[in-house]
Design a protein around this ligand. Structure first.
Ligand code: PMP
Length: 347
């Protein structure tokens, strides 16, 4: 087992200079049961402990700092973004801390915790019907138009603005590498914008090109098809996971070496979600569970002795009315029923 090196662990009682400096330096949590079951070391990066509650705080801060430096975002300006929620929360809070207004365009299908939370945090929220990316009324395209119409508006453009992946290249990647004492052998992440997977992958491959980088895709997304087959034509099936499920190669994903991809069905991810809650005390989102399923699959495929990290993206508290609501689960046919880890056999 990896022994944490006390000199590399954040010292007790460390202080930060405000909200923005509190983003990052999250713990890496050993997933005991999965590590024991697979003979590997499986670790989850606790991104739900960021001050805005998700992995997207890092991208939000990176995008805002980059826009300030380039002059794209001016004092007192308005940050506009199309987001499934977490980026919006990150932008709204970074915006508050640095003196900007925030306008968020969000598909009305997203959880009410996220939509109402965004309003509570001071963002102006505009909900729009869910439309495919090619439709001019897709939420991302609407957000671009809104930004153009607002004086002093800045479109964050998280999907194609590579300041997103740069934030992970500069922070999350180095943290994971240090926290695993340079012994990491594999990294797995799902893709929304691709900023997390790409930024971390770029950093890790620079440290050791043999580190395996794997995309964990939900059904209905095309990243599995892109990695395995070189095109984005296969995106059959569906998933209830929020924040992930990409149908195209974003600028953040371009030029990144991804070694393999897995497709993780929602029913197995749901078993993992409840395993993580009941056996590890970790209350998480479905994207986190898809990530951990990917890590467990890599552990099984590559065999014992690997050191594998993945991302615990955000907290289950954002999904109480869905993922943790027995009626909703029943309606979706996703009620978990595993007694132990036997579902790993189906990964
Ligand atoms: N999980 C959740 C819950 C998210 O909101 C996001 C971001 N949309 C991701 C995973 C994926 O992160 P990224 O955009 O960096 O690919």
């Amino acid at each position: 087992m990896l022994k944490p090196d006390p000199s590399r662990v954040a010292p007790f009682g460390f202080v930060t200079d405000g909200f923005c400096q509190t983003i990052g330096r999250t713990p890496l949590i050993r997933l005991h049961k999965l590590s024991e079951a697979t003979g590997c070391e499986i670790w989850g990066k606790a991104e739900f402990l960021n001050p805005g509650g998700s992995v997207k705080d890092r991208a939000a801060l990176g995008i805002v700092l980059d826009a300030e430096a380039s002059g794209a975002l001016q004092a007192g300006g308005t940050i506009v973004e199309g987001t499934a929620g977490n980026t919006g929360i990150g932008l709204a809070l970074v915006g508050n801390a640095r003196g900007y207004h925030t306008v968020i365009v969000i598909p009305e299908t997203q959880s009410k915790e996220k939509i109402e939370g965004l309003r509570a945090m001071g963002a102006e929220v505009r909900t729009v019907p869910e439309k495919p990316y090619k439709d001019p009324d897709n939420y991302i395209r609407v957000s671009q138009r809104v930004a153009e119409q607002i004086p002093n508006g800045f479109w964050a453009n998280q999907f194609d603005n590579v300041a997103n992946r740069l934030a992970h290249y500069e922070s999350t990647g180095p943290e994971i590498w240090e926290q695993t004492l340079g012994r990491l052998t594999g990294f797995v992440a799902s893709v929304g914008t691709g900023g997390t997977l790409a930024g971390i992958a770029l950093y890790l491959k620079e440290q050791n090109p043999d580190v395996k980088v794997i995309a964990a895709d939900p059904y209905g997304a095309a990243i599995w098809s892109w990695v395995k087959l070189g095109h984005t034509d296969i995106h059959d099936g569906d998933s209830v996971a929020e924040g992930i499920g990409q149908g195209r190669v974003t600028k953040n994903l371009e030029g990144v070496k991804i070694d393999d991809a897995y497709r993780i069905p929602d029913d197995l991810a749901m078993e993992m979600l409840y395993h993580l809650l009941h056996a590890e005390g970790l209350f998480l989102s479905l994207s986190s569970a898809i990530n951990v399923c990917g890590a467990a699959k890599l552990a099984k495929e590559g065999g014992p002795g690997q050191v594998i990290a993945t991302i615990l993206c955000d907290s289950g508290s954002r999904y109480v009315s869905r993922l943790y609501n027995p009626h909703w689960l029943q309606e979706k046919g996703l009620t978990p029923n595993a007694k132990g880890l036997e579902f790993l056999d189906r990964l």
